[in-house]
Design a protein around this ligand. Structure first.
Ligand code: NAD
Length: 349
């Protein structure tokens, strides 16, 4: 199924709205999800609505929440989202941090217990567009941990993503490093499972600890695991994401009893820095341009695969999908149509 992004946006908006969200909340969530599809991250696109509707049904996702400000010193704040839509509260948290960093040079926000915040790059993009440097460390607490630590064959983490954003210049878009600390995001295993496609090798172990490319090992008992990226390095980063966004921020942690009915909870530690407080704007921008040009000047090992910088693959995907539409696999489309039918949403209305 190939669908135009505007049609997908309308469908997502209606689903969230009928789920009880205000029009403003529905539009932020729907735009976030469709933007993730446009940027090539289907794992965090409209397919997530299936989990969101499940969590609305079981009460672990709460609509129209105003985050509780637990503390605020002007430069450091802690918010508790009480399982409100993560796309809304995480956006508000980063907007707070940008304004605070403008005044004080740096700001730190600890966001507790947000329902799924989605593609973390969204928040890095907002900060980078405002001329800020941003670092986001995220933990995930939701049911059985599916990501093994280095040398393990049992899950101890979820996909704990990290995002670092560097402002763009007149000639270059922002650098946006944004990835799960697992070899692949769990949503990508779901997309491959739904599409009946194999995963790349080196990403999964079956329950016996044997390497496999079969995504169904994550959906049949006894379950397999996803591996961390980069062996001990990714495993270490997953641990510090868990500790920074969980233990240190005070958000729900994967190490405490995680009943599946908890839904999908994210904690996030965001650090936003105004780079103008560290160096002069002109020299910084010139250095960023020079560094990007230097990296991209490396001769590609394979002529068909050019050297890119972080953020570029998403911009390439976006241009292609804006022009040609977004491909949604049949299983995901079927699940979305079942929700539309249940909510009595007509696609042409
Ligand atoms: P990924 O493996 O596709 O990596 C994406 C990052 O790598 C981007 O910064 C991208 O620009 C860069 N990149 C990719 N190919 C590149 C190339 N050839 N050259 C240079 N840079 C390149 O991403 P992922 O780990 O599958 O994560 C997907 C999304 O899932 C992310 O947006 C992440 O925030 C999100 N996520 C969210 C949660 C959550 O709980 N909210 C959990 C896990 C992941």
């Amino acid at each position: 199924m190939i669908i135009d992004h505007l049609k997908l946006l309308k469908l997502a908006n209606r689903i969230v709205n009928v789920g009880g969200s205000s029009p403003a909340e529905a539009s932020i969530v729907a735009e976030h999800l469709v933007e993730a599809n446009l940027r090539g991250h289907d794992s965090h696109g409209v397919g997530m609505l299936v989990a969101y509707v499940r969590d609305l049904d079981n009460g672990t996702l709460k609509v129209n929440q105003t985050p509780e400000v637990v503390s605020d010193t002007g430069t450091i704040s802690v918010w508790d989202a009480h399982a409100g839509y993560g796309q809304v509260v995480a956006r508000q948290a980063v907007e707070w941090a940008i304004e605070a960093a403008r005044k004080h040079g740096v700001a730190v926000n600890g966001l507790r217990n947000a329902h799924h915040i989605g593609r973390v790059g969204t928040y890095g993009e907002i900060a980078a567009r405002a001329g800020m440097v941003a670092l986001h460390f995220v933990n995930v607490a939701s049911g059985t941990p599916g990501v093994a630590p280095f040398r393990g064959k049992e899950g101890r983490f979820l996909t704990n993503p990290v995002c670092i954003a560097i402002p763009g210049t007149d000639t270059n878009e922002p650098i946006l490093l944004d990835f799960a600390t697992s070899r692949v995001a769990l949503g990508k295993v779901r997309v491959a499972h739904n599409a009946g496609k194999p995963m790349l090798s080196g990403a999964l172990l079956d329950h016996a600890g044997k390497p496999t490319t079969n995504p169904s090992v994550m959906y049949t008992e006894p379950r397999g695991v996803v591996l961390p990226f980069g062996e001990h390095k990714g495993s270490g980063l997953a641990l510090v994401c868990e500790l920074l966004a969980g233990a240190i921020v005070g958000s729900a942690s994967v190490s405490t009893a995680t009943p599946p009915e908890r839904g999908i909870l994210n904690g996030m530690l965001s650090i936003v820095i105004d780079p103008a407080r560290l160096s002069t704007r002109d020299s910084m921008l010139a250095e960023i341009d020079a560094m990007i040009a230097w990296v991209k000047s490396a001769e590609p090992a394979d002529r068909d695969l050019p050297v890119l910088v972080a953020g570029e693959p998403e911009r390439i995907a976006r241009a292609e999908r804006m022009a040609n539409g977004i491909e949604i696999d049949d299983a995901t489309w079927g699940q979305l149509m079942a929700i539309a039918e249940r909510y009595q949403i007509r696609l042409d209305s």
